[in-house]
Design a protein around this ligand. Sequence first.
Ligand code: HEC
Length: 205
Amino acid sequence: MKRNLFILFFTCAVSFAFFQCGQDTSKPAVNADSTQTAARYGGYESQAKWGEHLVSYSGCTDCHTPKKMTDHGPVDDSSMFLAGHPAKMPLPDVDRKEIEKKGLGVTRGLTEWIGPWGVSFAANLTPDSTGIGRWTEDQFLFAIKNGKYKGLPDSRPLLPPMPWQGIKQMTDEELKAVFAYLKTVRPVNNVVPAAMPPLSAPPGR
Ligand code: HEC
């Protein structure tokens, strides 16, 4: 029995040394060498760099960064990087009732979205107080995982086309890296307009 216990202890000690079994991944990589840090942050040198990579390939900027029109089509307006729908930009002049009736989703600049759900505006994801500056990491994870506005349990569901159902497939560690990166981008003061309900009440309302 004693011998078995010793073998068990020895095996665990060896695996701990080689594979870091039992490592608490929620703690920052204090004193870890750069290889360990990179291994924990998806191969990147820091949590924010990993987040930058995740944000760039999952296309958050498509909707959350306003566009400038060029001869070659729309390009990101870098002065408004991830700042959401510009506060004063008017809605395109379209027949909202017709759009709702036909079940269309219409956008001009990819930051405003008109459809049967009403009108939604891509949020300001910069660390300004008008963006996610006062959000906690928990709030951010809650918003994405539960599709809740502002990441608060009692708030309304997030509207289309925010693809939270797909984004929530990221692991907690990945979402935390995304949040860490968002906290490092240039804060932009931009109060995104409030979402609007549909003009035509859906059947049964
Ligand atoms: C297809 C467009 C689109 C893409 C791509 C997209 N979003 Fe969004 N997002 C929106 C819209 C529109 C809203 C506003 C929804 C609402 O008001 O209910 C939103 C809202 C949010 C919110 C909630 C903000 C708040 O104030 O409650 C967060 C957080 C968010 N997006 C993060 C992200 C992240 C991170 C990514 C990339 C991984 C991303 N979004 C990609 C369109 C998009």
